[in-house]
Design a protein around this ligand. Sequence first.
Ligand SMILES: Cc1ncc(COP(=O)(O)O)c(C=O)c1O
Length: 377
Amino acid sequence: MGQLSRIEDFITTQSPLLPNPPILQMSTTKLHLQAKLFLDHFSGKTSYAVKANAEAPVIAELVDAGINIFDVASPYEMKLVKEISASAILHYHNPIRSKQEVALALNVYDCKRFSVDHEDALHSIYAQTQNPAKIEIAIRFRMETKSKAIQSFKSKFGVLKEEAVSLLNKANAMGFKTGLTFHPGSQTTSPAPYLEHMQEAFEIQKQLSNRLQFLNIGGGFPAHYKMIVTETLPDFFKQINAKYHACFDPVITKLECEPGRALVAGAGTLITDVKAARADRGELYLNDGIYGGLMEFHQFPDLFPEYTSPLSENTMPMKEWTVYGPTCDPIDVLPYKLSLPSTLKEGDKIEFHGVGAYSTATATRFNGYGAIEVQMI
Ligand SMILES: Cc1ncc(COP(=O)(O)O)c(C=O)c1O
């Protein structure tokens, strides 16, 4: 769409997009390759955690690449997935849900998997199902680990070992199928926390009369940012696979993972426009910022995205710029300066690479910004 027709479209239809919106380009080839990496090398089932990037064309592309299980957090995500693939299997792995949400999941979206970290949640599902033997309950547990992740997941959800045993026994007594799930923290920097959690799952199983029917090891796999992760995903898979075979009988306990970030981050490039360059003050204002597609770099400065400016290829003098987003809020600024050409001016582009996860998904509409055009390339 040309610049003028975009402005016309904006004025006549009051389109939620700006005349020049930031653009998230998602590479279909990279999405396919990453899905293939998980499907071919992870020795269990791979589901996609929709929250990382809930754009319909991204989900459609993953379905096309062979992903048919989706970790969903809400009825909205269930509807989205089912409209793209009626046969998709849903894992409702947000352990907090209202009675109405349970009813929608069971009766409208045919969801048969629920994560649970409290007895009330177990009763809420039991009260609404005619046939517990068809429902899988994943007890979410947590533990202390030496994990270095950008975000630890042990503070909000999950029960400790003893309570996991008790909940599993209760769920078994109610007639549900049962297993365990955990999340080792997002962007984990080594396989160690997966192995520690798998050992804990093994210890939990020792105290049960029924064997676990599945073990879901969560998301958390790292994607590529400037932050250093020395081991590759195949290294992670190899160690996880060895631990799985050492602790569990693969015929009885099925292994699963549910990556969000690692499946989609690398496929995304966010193309932003310079709205104003105040060279004398070293300040750059972009059409997207921390309330939009760059929110994670404010939340987790360690991530640090790769970035480029098409102008840098001309090897002009570079300059350290303070980079602001488009809103009036002073915290709408990247937590580090970016080295970019000193001659930048309005209309020039800055591209952020590897930002396909938690970019459009978490963007807000603060100050009327944050609408990002998504292009599949
Ligand atoms: C239950 C669950 N599974 C999977 C994920 C995806 O995690 P990641 O993007 O780190 O792979 C999340 C993230 O919030 C989650 O809550």
